[in-house]
Ligand binder design. Structure first.
Ligand SMILES: NC(=O)c1ccc[n+]([C@@H]2O[C@H](COP(=O)([O-])OP(=O)(O)OC[C@H]3O[C@@H](n4cnc5c(N)ncnc54)[C@H](O)[C@@H]3O)[C@@H](O)[C@H]2O)c1
Length: 258
């Protein structure tokens, strides 16, 4: 076990999911105290139990909440401060997908995806900024996607939210750098999370099929393990990245060059 973020207090939204739980695990392995937030209480308990099992002495608090709700965001920040007295890191990671072509996308699905993938990032940032400003330091890491900067059919709603996250991140950096707060975005590529495994299984493929698949969309020709995305997030959370702000970090196995 290391100490790259020793005693830093980190909130991770979507903490029950693939990248979120891997981030929580890596943070605990490196001495952080983690608040995992998710609206899926069962998956959240499972994720926290797995972390406690694999990382001896891990400090994990769980909060069941819908982060698309501004009041929930304020409540999560308050619970974190009650539990740990400080907030050093926010990883905005909760996300949902929508597969409607834009010509068919409903107002309701727009509202849902904007609420989770964009507004929650804004609400959570707003909720933690006062505590970060008070300690004159903090790191906000917004999980976007490679599709923020490239195109494809049928996921326009998702891709639009991911592009908006990059603009949100830049503005946060402009506004909060004078207060000691860094803001950066991470754009994962193909990451083998339970979401993708379940989707593949519904189409008759196994997790092993995916793990061994030859992916022609990136130089690495394979999926990332969620920990391979969690480590760059850890780096941005740590003081090792003290001069990094307003950046967009592609964690994509070399997608733009293929
Ligand atoms: N897996 C990939 O290939 C990939 C690629 C690029 C970007 N991303 C992004 O990374 C992030 C995590 O992806 P993942 O694959 O781990 O997803 P996932 O589906 O495994 O996890 C997402 C988590 O967010 C939670 N969530 C959804 N809406 C919520 C809400 N309103 N309030 C609280 N929690 C909520 C879900 O319950 C789930 O546990 C997402 O933002 C996703 O868009 C993933």
């Amino acid at each position: 076990m290391g100490n790259r973020i020793k005693d830093k207090v980190a909130i991770v939204t979507g903490g029950a999911g693939g990248i979120g739980s891997a981030t929580g695990t890596v943070f605990c392995e490196e001495g952080g105290k983690v608040v995992l937030v998710d609206r899926d209480g069962v998956a959240l308990d499972d994720a926290a139990a797995r972390i406690r099992d694999t990382v001896p002495g891990a400090t994990v608090l769980t909060v069941i909440a819908d982060v698309a709700n501004e009041i929930s965001a304020a409540d999560i920040a308050a619970k974190t401060l009650d539990g740990f007295g400080r907030i050093d890191v926010l990883v905005n990671n909760a996300g949902i997908r929508s597969y409607s072509p834009l010509a068919e996308a409903s107002a309701q699905s727009w509202q849902e995806i904007l609420g989770v993938n964009l507004l929650s990032y804004a609400f959570m940032s707003k909720a933690v900024i006062p505590a970060m400003r008070a300690s004159r330091q903090g790191s906000i890491i917004n999980i976007s996607s490679t599709y923020a900067v490239t195109g494809r059919p049928s996921m326009g709603q998702y891709d639009a939210t991911k592009a908006a996250i990059l603009a949100l991140t830049r503005t946060l950096a402009f506004e909060e750098t004078p207060n000691g707060i860094r803001a950066n975005a991470v754009c994962p590529g193909f990451t083998l999370t339970p979401f993708h495994v379940a989707k593949a299984q519904a189409n008759g493929q196994s997790a092993e099929d995916l793990r061994t698949a030859d992916i022609d969309g990136c130089l690495m020709r394979r999926w990332a393990d969620p920990r391979e995305v969690a480590y760059p997030i850890l780096w941005l959370a740590s003081d090792e990245a003290s001069y990094i702000t307003a950046s967009t970090l592609m964690v994509d196995g070399g997608r733009p060059v293929v």
